[in-house]
Design a binder for this molecule. Sequence first.
Ligand code: KG4
Ligand code: ZN
Length: 420
Amino acid sequence: MRIQKEKTILAIETSCDETAIAIVKCSHAAHTISVRVLSSLVASQAKLHAKFGGVVPNLARREHQKNLIPLLRQALNAAGVKKSKTKNQNAKSKLKIQKLNEILARETNLLEKFKRYIVPLEIPPIDALAVTSGPGLSPALWVGVNFSRALSSLWDVPLIPVNHMEGHLFSALLQIPIQRSKSATSISAQISNSEFKIQNIKTPALALLVSGGHTELVLMEKFGKYKIIGETLDDAAGEAFDKVARILGLGYPGGPAIAKEAQSVKRRAQNNNAKLKIKLPRPMINSGDYNFSFSGLKTATLYLVRDLENAGHSIEKLRPVIAREFQDAAIEILVKKTVRAMKEYKAKTLLLGGGVAANTRLRKKMQEAVRENLSHVLCLISHVALAGDNALMVALAACLTGKAKPWQKVAADPNARLSD
Ligand code: KG4
Ligand code: ZN
């Protein structure tokens, strides 16, 4: 782990439909890394995209442009940074403003507000900026990248590009002792202003990363060295949850909607429906490799719904059972392949992260499978509040393995991969 004694990082995440900013102080003492979260804010656009049944890239871009400045001001405020009382010569120099005009030339919605609200601020006491550079949606990524380049140029602070999937992977290392029963807002309030330890892990470690854009099994032979040993050949797991939710007439994002619907299955209804043979395939579950295919499972669900409707059944009544069967199928595939890979690679630690890792049943099934088959393995699962996109995970990755670059060399890379 490349971390000096103490480092304060301001991280920005805009790879998909969450605008997020975090300010984090990482410190290293006696082989223990602690993370003090000064602030961690997420502005979700989910409701806006729900109308379209999925994320619309240019709409996401526009919303990031709208959200970044208020979010940054709020984060700096929480961390105690104020407006400069003395005239900030540095920030006001003609050259600096000219550079801002260039860097934010394609973010015109941001530029004027940036000059008005950010330029007059004191330079915050941070050692580095971090930004998700990829993978993600190109228009969305570029807003965060250009915004962080502008801040790096204005404040003369180094910029660390972060791989989004590495963020998801490291989010599992932050063990947060907060009960699930608390509300989401109270959890995020507790995460801000708190200090957490980073779990020490043994390598080789294996990470199952399951999000809306990716599904991959990543081998970490040594800390910070990655190899993707398997990935989806078509849809990501989260994408399949979203698409099946649409088939079933549930809202977006589909993951939480399917999970809720599946939970509502009544035992009696399940027995009655056993006669109907509501059974879906588990594509590629026994393939010799570690790849996945979720598109077939989605299509099978579509055909199942169509056949049931044609036979005169009410989908409304059967929806919970279908959602449950789809969820069980997806989880069975994920868990079985992960356990097999853990055995083959003799992994000592299992990390589970990404939006789908918020799924209660997946968390339970993975923990059970580890207990039954891999009793020597440490299984770390991202806290529900950190499974989805956030900037705290970006700050973590920057602290643990990040390398700063001159801002001119930081660019969005929508297809960035963890290995190679
Ligand atoms: O990691 P994430 O927030 O964004 C990406 O990087 O893609 O993941 C979002 C995905 C969505 O597809 C959403 O439906 C899924 O995570 N998701 C879930 C649950 N909560 C979110 N999937 C299954 N069960 C959940 N409880
Ligand atoms: Zn993500």
